[in-house]
Write a protein that binds this ligand. Sequence first.
Ligand code: NAI
Length: 342
Amino acid sequence: MFSHTDFDGHEHVVHAFDSASGLKAIIAIHSTALGPAFGGCRMWPYADDGAALSDALRLSRAMTAKCAIVGVPCGGGKSVIIGDPATHKSAELLRAMGRLVNSLGGRYVIADDVGTTLDDLAVMRSQTPHTAAATASAMQPVPVTAHGVFSALQAAAAHVFGTDGIKGLTVAVQGLGNVGGPLCAYLSGHGAHLVVSDLDPRRVDAAVRQHGASAVAADAIYDVNADIFAPCALGGVLSATTVPRLAVRLVCGGANAQLDTPADAERMAARGIVYVPDYLVSAGGVIDFHQERIDDRPEATLAAVEVIGRITGEVLAQSRGSGERPLAICDAIVRQRIGTKA
Ligand code: NAI
C-alpha cells in the first residue's frame, strides 16, 4: 500500500469483506484536515483488486482537492465496491456497505457515484447516518455539476477569448450523460455552437435535435476545429496521443481525472492551450453536499456553485500575471489549505 503509485499520504484505507452478502469493498480516506471525508461509492466489475485500490486512492485524493479548492469544509474520501452493479447488487450488500461506513464513526460520508444510486444510499442509510442526500429536498448533484462546469467555461472564455460569455464560440463536448447533457443545454441556451460525441447514438441524436449540435464519431472529437474542448465522459482522455491533435485554445470540462499523466498539462501549455483543472471545474457536487447542510434551496445551491466561475477567473488571472500554470496554482492552494508541503 505505502509504495503504491497512487498512495499520497492517505490517512486511512479500509478493505472489507462480508461473507453473507459477498460485499468486497475498499474505503479510502485521503484527508480529514478540513472536515469529514466526503465522496461517492463506485460499484464496478474491476479486473482485479489492484485496479479497485487505484481507483479508490486516486479518486479520494481528487475529492480532497475539490473540497479544498472551493472552500468546502470537508475532506476527500471514496469507496469502491468490487462487482457488477447489474448482477451483484442486493439490499443485503448495500446494508453491509452501510455498516462498514458506520464503523468509521463519521470520518467518511458516502454519496452515489458510477454504479450506485440515491436509492442505494437510502438502503445504506438504514445502517448509518453518514450518507449524503440526507434530506428529501436535496437536489441531485447532477445539474449542479453541469451548472458549475458552465460557470467555469464562461469565466475561462472571458479570459482566453476576451468575450462576454460564451455566445458565438464553438464548444466540442465529449460525453452527453448527466453532466454533458445539461451542459449542452446551458451552452446552446447562451448562444454557443456545439460539436458533440457520445458512444450512445440516442444521446447524440438528442443533442442534434434539441440544440442544433453537429455530431462527430467518438474518436474524432479530438480533431474538431473549435474554440473549447469540454471533456465530460471518462478520465484519462488528455494524453500523449490526444493532446497533439487538439485544435482548441481552451480545455475545460467536467470529467474526473482528465489527465493521463501530469505531463499532459505541460503538453497543453506548450501548445498554447489553457487547461482549467478538472477538480475545480467539476466541484459542483461537493458544493451541493455542503449546501444540503446549510441551505438546500435549489436557487441557493446554484448560486453557491458559481463560486467555481469566480475561482476560475482568479486562477487564470494569476496565471497570466505569473506565468504559472493554472494547475500548479490550484495545487498550491490545495496544499496550503490542507497543510501539506509536497
Ligand atoms: P454518465 O455515465 O451519465 O455519462 C457519461 C457519458 O459519456 C455516457 O453517455 C457515455 O456513453 C459517454 N462516453 C463514454 N465514453 C465515451 C467516449 N470515449 N466518447 C464519447 N462519449 C463517451 O456520467 P456523468 O455523470 O455525466 O459523468 C461524466 C464525467 O463527469 C465522469 O468523468 C464523472 O466522473 C464526472 N463527474 C460527474 C459528476 C456528476 O455529478 N455526475 C460530478 C463530478 C464529476
